[in-house]
Design a protein around this ligand. Sequence first.
Ligand code: NAD
Length: 462
Amino acid sequence: MNAHDGMYIGGEWRPAAGADTIAVVNPSDEQVIALVPAGTIEDVDAAVRAARAAFPAWAATPPAERAARLAALRDVLVARKDEIAGTVTAELGSPLKFSQAVHVGAPIAVAGSYADLAASYAFEEKIGNSTVYLEPVGVVGAITPWNYPLHQIVAKVAPALAAGCTVVLKPAEDTPLTAQLFAEAVHEAGVPAGVFNLVTGLGPVAGQALAEHEGVDLVSFTGSTAVGRQIGATAGAAVKRVALELGGKSANVILPSADLAKAVNVGVANVMSNSGQTCSAWTRMLVHDSQYDEAVALAADAAGKYGERIGPVVNAKQRERVVGYIEKGVGEGARLVAGGPEAPREQGYFVSPTVFADVEPDMAIAQEEIFGPVLSIIRYADEADALRIANGTVYGLAGAVWAGDEAEAVAFARRLDTGQVDINGGRFNPLAPFGGYKQSGVGRELGPHGLSEYLQTKSLQF
Ligand code: NAD
């Protein structure tokens, strides 16, 4: 595949400072499809300098003009959607239809939402004898994962640009080609030089250099809790703003009054889509004792249908990790009712859609983020038990509640320690705040709440 051999800095593709490269591998057939440069501290420094230099003018640009650039960016993403979807499929492995509908569809919606918000947001308000200005924080260091390669980028860059911030992006090692296409789109959209910059590279080298750079005012990170904790500590020591979107182990709570078949089928689809590599996936299904056996049979049946449709996981290491958890589940005494640790194909990093029954709430497969197509079905005795199990992990990113009566589901959802809950299969809303309670993170992305992450307030008294 086509790949740039340099970094996008200051509005142009510049040669990388070092000679090292990162091989991009297609997880469906394990073939190397491109090489991209592995950025160094020098590349990061050049990118941060470019972002700093561009900041005053971009911050002073009228919101209507920033909105126009974001609308243009959305239009370029629309015009190039097939090329982007093909690239996501090549480097992430997701089925092409899913890449088109979700991996490209969602970021187009999010870019459009920030074009609208930049134009309509109140960047100034009156409070008594004060005028409060909401001003851009400055230079943003954005570090993104591979699981939704374009969405994770747009969910950071679009609100940052809408706010008047400038950005240096360090995308995930596994999916740099989508990030390069995004940089091309920003360029085509007429965003001024230096407002957006891209440095590809390894997390512990380029990512760490970006998080530690004193020219960065805010670090926005999505990825694992382990790295998030480290970035939070670095930012804290420098008294720097930080937003962390980390892992999850969300509960799908099916109350006895719910439409069981619908709740189970939607729940299985939620876990299997994107091969289980979704931080907000409902990987724990909580079912009442009286409906448990029926739910397990329905889930096993539903998972079986994903066998041919599911894509691979992103890389060999991830497959090893997921298979390791499946083996651990078996070892802990959970009952396999679909899938298992055996590789379903000879080539590619595929994992069988797997369902465990008889999962106890304290087992590793019920506590830790697996990030693969693995569902754990847990039994509860009554509502209090369900609530205790649902809230009984260190995470709190998302979840679902199903009940015959919407008010009953809402009452339960209000008691969940989590940032997002879908009621009876509620649809994704690109304007709703997305982010975690507890160790799932700090801060919110998307919509007006996501925009406010990139703003700081100044009050003038009269
Ligand atoms: P990761 O946290 O290692 O990587 C995420 C990003 O951080 C990448 O761009 C990476 O290069 C960068 N990074 C890594 N080390 C860094 C460092 N020391 N300093 C600065 N940046 C650094 O996550 P991963 O390897 O992509 O996946 C590992 C696990 O993370 C997954 O199995 C999953 O549990 C979790 N994950 C969560 C999400 C989410 O959206 N919450 C997304 C992807 C992965």
